[in-house]
Structure formats: C-alpha cells, structure tokens
Design a protein around this ligand. Structure first.
Ligand SMILES: [Zn+2]
Length: 672
C-alpha cells in the first residue's frame, strides 16, 4: 500500500467509522472543549474497519502514523474548516500487550504496546523532567546566508551539523534557534507491573521517550500506564555494533482502576458469599496465610484484616485515613518476614521491600541514575500506591526516608523537592512492616518490648501503626513447630485456600463493601474500653479509637458486612489486649497505660507546650557540634522557672516524640 492510499483510507476511516465512536465529533470536542491536540484512536476500531490498514501499522509504523496525521489535517481542513491547529494521532488499545521484561532487540522498528508502572522520570532543564528537544535545526551559512535544515535524532549523542553549504561551499554555520523547531520532550522509565514482581529492585524496565503533548501529560512515578509506540534502536557509543532500545511513545493511557481488572463471575461471587458465611471462615483464611509458618495466629489475623483496609477518604473536613498499618516487632527467625511477604503476594497489588535497600531501590523516592541519566526514582511506597507494601527490616530504614514515610503513612502522599523536581508523590499504601529489636532478639529480663520499641523508633513513626505486635520465639510450641516441619516435608500441609483464591476474594470484598458503618452502640463500647483501661488523655484515647475503628471496619469487610457487629469489636479488643499485654509483659491493666500513651502519642497541655518550646531554645543554644549537656539544660531551665524533675520528664517525652535526639550520655540535640 503506498503512502497516498494510506492517507485516503485514513480520511475515509475518520469520516465513516461510526460504531461506538465518531472521530469527527471527537475532533470537534478536542478543539472546542478539551483544548487537546491528541486524537486517541482505538486500534480495534481500525482493525474492524480496515484490516489491511491496521496491519500496516504493525510492519511500517512510521509511515502509517505520518499518513494518519496527514489524514487528520485533511479532515480538519475540509470537514471542520480548521487550518490553524495541529492534531496528532495516538493509537491506543493495541492487540497484544508486552511487559518491559518481554521486549527484545528483534522488535526494533515495530509498533508495540507495553504495560507497566512508571518507576522514574529523567531530570530535565525545566521542572518535573520536561526539556526542549531541537527536532529540526536551521543552520545559517555565515558566508552567503543560505538556510540549511537538518533533522535531529533524539537517540544519538550530540547533534547533526551540515558539512558544507550547498550554495557557496562554505563550512561555517550559525544555528538559528528562532527558526529551528523545538518540541517538549520527557523521558520516563517504565518497569514490570507489580503482579510479576517479587522485589522492586529486580524489575526490568524500558526507557520511554515522550514528545510534545505526551511529554506534557500528567504522568508521575507510581502511575500504571499502557503505552503504545515504536521500539527504536540506539547505539550505546558512536558506531558501536551493540544496540540498546527505547520506546518512542505514540499513545499513553493511565490505568487507575487496578483492582477492577480482575473479573469475578456470578458463580464465583456466590461461592465467596457461602464461604464468608461459614463459621470457621476467618480461621481458614488465617490458616491459608504463609502456611509453612506455624502458630503466629494472632499475627496472621491482624495482617489478614489489614488486607481488607478501606480506601482513605478526602472529605471537606480533611483527610481520613482508612488504611490499617501493622508492625510485627520482635525476635529474628520467627517467620514474621515470611508472613508480610506472603501478604504482599496475595494482595491484588503488592510490593515487598527491605529496609536495607540492598537492591538500591529506596523506600520513598530518591535521585538516582538510570541509563546514565539523573532520574527521580520512585521507591516501594510510590510503586505500591493503593496497594500493600511489605516493609521488611523497618529498623534498618535510611534516615532520609523517615519524614517521607511519616507523611505516606498518615496522609498517603509526600512532597519531593530535589534536583529539578517539585512534585507530590502519591503513596496510599497499606504498610505491613517487620522489625527486629536492636540486639536482634528481645532480652525480656532487661527490657520490655515497649522499651525496646521506644529505643528502636521515634514515637511519631511507631504511633502511626495501628497494631504493633511483639513477636517472641516461643519455646513452648517447639514440638508443634517440629511436627509442622515434618508435615511440610511429607507434603501434609494443605492450606484451606490457595493464593489465587485469597487474591480474588480480597478483590471481591473490597469491591462489594465500599463503606462500613459503625453503629453507635459500638462507639460506646469502644469508649467504655478506653475508660476502663485508665486515664489516658482525651486526644490519646481518640487516636487509639480511630485505629480500632479502622481495624473493625477492615474485619467487617473481610466478612462481607457493610455494618460492623459486636463480634468485630470483641475480636479487635482481643487483639488489642494481647498487644498491650505483650508490649509491657504484664496482664496488669494498670501497666498497659504506658503502652497506650506511647501508641496514642505524646499529648502536652498548653502549659507544657510552652515549656517544651523553652527547652528546645535552650538545647539549640547549647548543642553546638556535640549536643547540649543535661546539666546545662537543667541549670538554664531553672532560671526560666522549670524545675529539674519536670525538665527530665519533658526531655524524655521530647525524645520519644522525635523533637530531640539523645546523642550520648546526657547529651541532646534538636532534630536538625
Ligand atoms: Zn553558503
């Protein structure tokens, strides 16, 4: 098929195709309403209307795209009387979809569709990776003034220049930027979608080059995208025979409804409903989580509930967090890592990452280098936006991630202002974390798990977890574990539900139960529970109750109920009691208050807040390079009317809340 015929057939397609879409009408809308310059053409429409033309796109994409663009300008001119605008075609919904991992050099020159998640954006001259690319350079001969036009190749190093003037033979030229054609350009890195990932660091990625309208599109790290385009070969060095490739985008579609992709049939839904009504349903669900890890029922139970967390709400009154965050804190070798990893695997969207970052991929986001380019690289929390992030070895997290993690846990987003980037990254993930105490194991004769927790993390971080469950290497069930290992070797462990079942059930439950109602009598029970636990401040009680409500809602959703029941409350209370008991190693409820205060946050009275401000000023004054000495602080505070005992109490709370850090014996610094 020659070029002219292609143009003619495209003109006919745009004018005549009138099945589910009408492209003439869409062109009108595009110009009048949306102000866009990109006409999205569904490849399946073309396929059904003109199979031969569609087939040409496969083999000769450059010519076909050029022909389609010319056809659009003809239609604009003849049908819509518009000659002043430039609309380009973007083919979307292609027949076959690849993941970045599946791309290979045999595809160079062909049209493909790739599905993945935006992992990084290359830095540009302007903000958020945007830069100008000189597509057509106009050189002016310094001798005779002749203008010479040179097409530039975005994939080669350096720029092409004319060798000699065709008119006078001179070889001195000046580049005229005013006459040259400059287009916007942006480069992003797209990695394999999450369902084929075990660890973000191992992902394959493809560099995607976006021009013009696509470069300016609102695409951010963490977005799931479907990209059509042409694979271009690029030589790594000049004249090198080794080729790399990039994807030059033709169309980009953002996919936001990730869990909607999984279809549940009516029969399957009925099956789920029956399962949910069974008396032992929750136990069977729990038994299906990391079946090789024996015991740990209460840990698995909380993790299971968290998988049914609701989506955060943005209300006129502010952001309401519905995501449940869980921290399993305790002895190494108990299987807590396996449990959270398993949870990420069965979550409809899940990522696993270790705090040690051995893979080089961060937890939040960082400036990194990919293909020799400086990029903003998204970490696990961004890649796992609206999913589940299993965060192993939280205690080894990098300091630079700390503040962003706090924002992500509470608000589901964090600002990123570094390099040429000024953006807010979305990170609405349910976080399931595991951490060891400083020595790798608890020494319960010396410190309670609560004390170890406060030694390992600052209070703003750990208080953002709704449940912090201490995990002990329990010697008493050694026999049970030994038997389970034997059973495992003999293939006797058969989890009640397989992984795929669990995933599909979660999708079904989250789709069916959007909101869970908490009846008033449950709220009263919660309040009574707080009162019974002793005199914590109102604000602490409120924060703790919010956490329990999140858990109650998640459990109700797991049981496919849109209204929480007393049973939900009783189960959550049982887990809460167990957590408090383990944190302070005591059944004595009087002692649970310490744990409640730690989890609910340090709440100062106004008078105390003023004193905290004064102490901060004093520490700032004395801290220098080595920190402020306790005795200096006490002496100065006394002059300002704060007694020694109160200084000690407030200092301890300031350390807990992360306002100041203890850097040595009796030495303190403010958080600089
Ligand atoms: Zn010349």
């Amino acid at each position: 098929m020659d070029y002219e015929e292609m143009v003619g057939r495209f003109v006919e397609f745009f004018r005549e195709y009138n099945d589910d879409r009408n492209y003439i009408e869409e062109l009108k809308d595009l110009l009048v309403i949306r102000g866009g310059r990109l006409l999205l053409v569904d490849f399946h429409n073309l396929l059904s209307y003109d199979f031969e033309l569609a087939d040409e796109l496969r083999s000769d994409p450059d010519t076909v795209i050029r022909a389609a663009n010319e056809a659009i300008s003809i239609v604009l001119r003849e049908d819509l009387r518009r000659e002043d605008v430039d609309v380009k075609v973007a083919f979307v919904n292609y027949t076959k979809t690849f993941t970045p991992r599946q791309l290979n050099s045999s595809m160079i020159g062909s049209f493909v569709q790739v599905r993945g998640v935006v992992a990084a954006v290359a830095e540009g001259e302007r903000t958020n990776g945007l830069k100008g690319f000189v597509k057509r350079s106009v050189f002016v001969c310094k001798n005779c003034g002749e203008e010479i036009v040179i097409q530039q190749d975005p994939y080669s190093n350096g720029s092409n220049k004319p060798e000699k003037c065709p008119v006078c033979g001179g070889n001195k030229f000046e580049l005229s930027l005013e006459k040259s054609e400059v287009v916007d350009m942006r480069e992003i890195f797209v990695q394999d979608p999450l369902e084929v990932l075990s660890n973000v660091g191992n992902a394959s990625y493809v560099r995607v080059v976006l021009f013009d309208e696509l470069a300016r599109a609102n695409i951010n790290p963490g977005d799931e995208v479907l990209i059509t385009g042409i694979i271009r070969g690029i030589s790594k060095k000049k004249n090198s025979k080794v080729l790399d490739w990039v994807l030059e985008a033709n169309g980009v579609v953002k996919l936001t409804k990730d869990i909607e992709d999984i279809e549940i049939s009516g029969d399957e839904a009925q099956l789920f409903e029956e399962f949910a009504r069974a008396k032992d349903f929750e136990q069977r669900f729990i038994d299906s989580i990391a079946p090789s890890i024996v015991g740990m029922d209460i840990e698995k139970k909380v993790i299971a509930w968290a998988l049914f967390s609701g989506d955060d709400l943005d209300t006129p009154a502010g952001h309401v967090r519905k995501r449940v965050h869980v921290l399993l804190f305790g002895d190494a070798g108990t299987g807590k890592s396996e449990i959270i990893k398993f949870a990420a695997e069965i979550a409809p969207k899940g990522v696993w990452v270790s705090g040690t970052h051995s893979s080089g991929v961060g937890l939040t986001a960082a400036i990194d280098s990919m293909d020799g380019k400086r990029v903003l690289r998204a970490g696990a929390l961004v890649i796992g936006d609206r999913g589940v992030v299993a965060l192993d070895e939280l205690d080894k997290m990098k300091d630079e991630d700390h503040d962003k993690l706090l924002d992500a846990l509470e608000h589901g987003r964090f600002p990123f202002n570094k390099g040429g980037f000024h953006t807010v990254l979305m990170a609405r993930a349910v976080v399931l974390a595991a951490a060891n105490p400083p020595g790798g194991r608890f020494d319960l004769n010396i410190k309670t798990p609560l004390e170890e927790l406060m030694r390992t993390f600052d209070q703003p971080l750990y208080s953002r977890f709704d449940v912090i469950m201490p995990v002990f290497k329990n010697k008493s069930n050694l026999e049970e574990i030994a038997r389970a290992i034997l059973d495992k070797h003999e293939g006797k462990i058969r989890p009640p539900f397989g992984k795929d079942f669990l995933t599909r059930y979660i999708v079904y439950a989250k789709r069916k139960i959007r909101r869970v109602e908490i009846p008033d009598e449950l709220k009263r029970l919660l309040l009574d529970y707080m009162v019974k636990l002793g005199s914590v401040s109102d604000l602490t009680a409120t924060r703790l109750m919010e956490g329990m409500i999140r858990l109650i809602e998640a459990r109700a959703r797991m049981h496919l109920r849109s209204r929480a029941t007393i049973q939900d409350f009783l189960e959550v209370r049982r887990v809460y009691n167990e957590m408090l008991k383990r944190l302070v190693l005591s059944e004595d409820e009087e002692r649970w208050k310490d744990a409640l205060n730690a989890l609910g946050g340090v709440i100062w009275t106004n008078e105390e807040k003023e004193k905290v401000e004064i102490l901060l000023q004093i520490i700032r004054f004395f801290e220098g390079d080595n920190g402020a000495y306790l005795e200096d602080i006490v002496e100065e505070a006394k002059l300002q009317g704060i007694e020694r005992d109160e200084v000690l109490k407030l200092l301890e709370e300031m350390v807990r809340s992360g306002l100041v850090k203890q850097v040595g014996p009796k030495r303190f610094v403010t958080k600089r």
